[in-house]
Design a protein around this ligand. Structure first.
Ligand code: C2E
Ligand code: MG
Ligand code: MG
Ligand code: MG
Length: 281
């Protein structure tokens, strides 16, 4: 494993272009097979109301169970999926699977839970996207407001093009969240014009709380701005109790992170739901 990792780290300076292309083609080929052979699965990380500790929802995170290499992180294959366009069928699988799971939980009486799904900018620009979302909601009998789409801020440079799609999603009642907020391209003007429900503060800032005055100031500013603009503000990457306390004090209502739970299998999430979701029937 160490050797594997060393090689990955080295790829940027020691591997030549040919080898990089070869590796990319290998991943691309593997992704095709993964779709065919059903090698993808979703894990879920619960999200909490900080003041009460109640679970409010979960973020679906993609995993690739490679037959030879074991579990592969999305960080290692999503970029290839985006470059090759395979993110369209893979993303469609993610949406359908998350909605199917959501329906299962709804049937168990967990009605108001939010399920957040990560979406690549490339998916937003695909003409089939809104139809895919609409169908997944309709076929599973979901409340659209219980589906949240997380769009990573660093991919927002072409956000103007996606505006009609985002507006259409808003009309449908789906929630939109800006993921990794604070690390990307979005300007304050975007916050005025985009139909956003939620700002998700990037874990980089959360992990520095109490250690870096500048990071603290940024977190504080994002929370205040989000609250003043009427957005939900959620913190990702909470690892310590002190961070929960700190965020709450600053007016951040929601959070997720290893402090509460790592991403877990659907069945394991249900065990958390049983104790942390209020008033399920
Ligand atoms: P993200 O959406 O910002 O997800 C948060 C990442 O931080 C996840 O990594 C999660 O496991 C991890 N995380 C959660 N809590 C903590 C914590 O307390 N500390 C630390 N250090 N990390 C924490 P993961 O699952 O490896 O996903 C990485 C990224 O891959 C995601 O970042 C998202 O951008 C992308 N991704 C994952 N699933 C999908 C998907 O279905 N579609 C697309 N397009 N992208 C996805
Ligand atoms: Mg996310
Ligand atoms: Mg994030
Ligand atoms: Mg991210």
């Amino acid at each position: 494993l160490a050797k594997e990792r060393g090689r990955n780290n080295g790829q940027f300076f020691s591997e030549n272009l040919n080898e990089r292309i070869k590796k990319k083609l290998q991943v691309e080929h593997g992704l095709h097979k993964a779709l065919e052979n059903n090698e993808f699965r979703l894990v879920y990380q619960p999200q909490f109301e900080l003041s009460t500790g109640q679970m409010i929802g979960a973020e679906a995170l993609l995993r690739w169970e490679h037959p030879k290499q074991g579990v592969i992180s999305p960080v290692d294959f999503i970029p290839v999926a985006e470059e090759t366009g395979l993110i369209i069928p893979i993303g469609e699988w993610v949406i359908n699977e998350a909605c199917r799971q959501h329906r299962y939980w709804q049937d168990k009486g967990y009605n108001g839970l939010l399920v957040a799904v990560n979406i690549s900018a490339r998916q937003l620009l695909d003409e089939t996207f809104t139809a895919t979302i609409e169908r997944a909601i309709h076929e599973n009998g979901l409340y659209p407001e219980n589906l949240e789409l997380e769009i990573t801020e660093s991919t927002m440079h072409n956000i103007e093009e996606s505006l009609p799609v985002l507006n259409r999603l808003k009309e449908m009642g789906v929630s939109i969240s800006i993921d990794d907020f604070g690390t990307g391209y979005s300007s304050l003007a975007y916050l005025m014009h985009l139909p956003i429900n939620t700002l998700k503060i990037d874990k980089m800032f959360i992990q520095d709380t109490g250690r870096s005055p500048k990071s603290d100031a940024i977190v504080k500013t994002i929370i205040n701005m989000g609250n003043n603009l009427g957005f939900n503000v959620i913190a990702e990457g909470i690892e310590e109790a002190s961070q929960v306390e700190y965020l709450e004090k600053l007016g951040c209502q929601q959070g997720q992170g290893y402090f509460f739970s790592r991403p877990v299998e659907a069945g394991e999430l249900e065990a958390i739901m049983i104790t942390k979701v209020p008033q399920h029937t």
